[in-house]
Design a protein around this ligand. Structure first.
Ligand code: EPS
Length: 387
């Protein structure tokens, strides 16, 4: 199974094609749009989110509520397109640089300069239109399909914001359903109300100062069978594939599984999860410091992944850069930006991790229909239960 996306942030739409989904997967369209709405929320977003009301259209591969096994094509329209029809048109355009909204001043921290050099674009708009984090909207739509696939096997996905800049959320050990319910009510996707208030005030302050702020988000996936991914080849290690997926989210600079980097400063006896057995649970671990992975394979414990997002590089507070026409220094002018997109990034991370888990699940229990996959899973489950 694989997917590709296409589309520009101010173009007509974002598009994805998912190839390799089995037939007989029932899709709940409201749930799909609910995931898109979750990504649009969050304290600290800018004016663009007032323009967009993201919904997904399915334009292939689904009939009467079920996948057919054909490629599933998804479309998320850009409402902002109506302001950009000339500038982003596929037809040649006559006009001044200003009329074309040509970009010749690369913004530090963005793809602008590297992309311009690489693709030889003298208009950096050709880079920024595609490198924009707007693309995460369609990835959330794809992830929403993956989540529904996983849910049909009892696999649940949730997440929370762990930190925004200086403000850290206190640790909690809530059951996943409760964590999901509580974070859903929060403007910054945290459980603790006091932390929420502190984070909102902090974001206000950052915004007032013309700055931006990043943070750390966590994704948890429960109910995953043991043995997804494999130790036998580097590119089959599921933890590695999840890390790649998380790093691919715009502005993400690091990933950890379980206790992650903390494993580098405590002892082995404090890191490894002891193996237990009882009739009811079968094999399990006494703790879950390794975040559900040993040897690149799931061990049946919840998958716990964290990712760090850098502050958004579009700043009202100017940073120095160099004009590609004149090679002269300039300081950037910003029209609109998000001061903080960490709560939205939390939803994106859930989506991309869910996709990787669904992909590994299909590799292990692969079949062309949900019926076939279900039988393969039951067969394997019986083998594991007997072991
Ligand atoms: C983004 C810049 C802003 C964000 C955008 C990501 O858009 P614009 O350039 O139109 O002001 O709002 O995010 C989204 C549109 C979205 O849906 O998340 C960027 O440069 O990455």
């Amino acid at each position: 199974i694989r997917y590709l996306t296409a589309g520009e942030t101010h173009g007509p739409q974002l598009t994805a094609i998912i190839e390799g989904l089995p037939s007989e997967l029932q899709l709940d369209f409201e749930e799909l749009n609910f995931q898109l709405a979750r990504r649009q929320k969050g304290y600290g977003r800018g004016r663009r989110m007032q323009i967009e009301k993201d919904t997904a259209d399915i334009v292939g591969g689904v009939r009467h509520g079920y996948t057919t096994g054909a490629p599933v094509a998804l479309v998320v329209a850009n409402n902002d397109w109506k302001h950009w029809t000339k500038i982003m048109n596929i037809e040649p355009m006559e006009g001044t640089d200003e009329e074309k909204r040509r970009v010749h001043r690369p913004r530090p921290g963005h793809a602008d300069l590297n992309g311009g050099l690489k693709y030889n674009h003298k208009d950096l708009r050709n880079v920024l239109e595609r490198s924009s984090a707007r693309e995460t909207a369609i990835r959330v739509a794809v992830g929403a399909v993956a989540r529904q696939f996983l849910a049909s096997f009892g696999i649940k996905v949730g997440g929370q914001v762990i930190r925004i800049g200086e403000i850290e959320a206190p640790p909690n050990n809530l059951p996943l359903d409760e964590l999901v319910a509580r974070t859903e009510e929060s403007s910054v996707r945290v459980v603790d109300k006091e932390t929420e208030q502190k984070m909102e005030a902090y974001i206000d302050q950052i915004k007032k100062e013309g700055d931006s702020i990043g943070g750390i988000v966590e994704c948890i996936i429960e109910g995953v069978p043991v043995g997804l991914g494999s130790y036998v080849q580097y590119d089959r290690k599921l933890d590695a594939r999840i890390a790649q997926a998380v790093m691919s989210i715009n502005a993400f600079k690091g990933v950890e599984i379980g206790i992650g980097f903390e494993a580098g400063h405590i002892r082995g006896s404090q890191v490894h999860d002891e193996i237990m057995y009882n009739e009811e649970q079968g094999y399990h671990r006494a703790t879950n410091r390794l975040g559900g992975f040993e040897g690149g394979m799931t061990n049946g414990m919840p998958i716990v992944v964290r990712g760090v997002m850098k502050p958004i590089p579009t700043l009202y507070k100017p940073l120095q850069s160099v004009d590609i026409d004149t090679k002269e220094p300039f300081t950037a002018q910003v029209e609109r930006s998000d001061a903080c997109a960490v709560p939205a990034a939390s939803v994106v991370m859930e989506s991309v991790v869910a996709w990787e888990v669904a992909k590994a699940f299909l590799e292990k229990f692969g079949g062309d229909s949900m019926t076939e996959i279900r039988k393969n899973l039951e067969n394997y489950q019986a083998q594991v239960d007997e072991y």
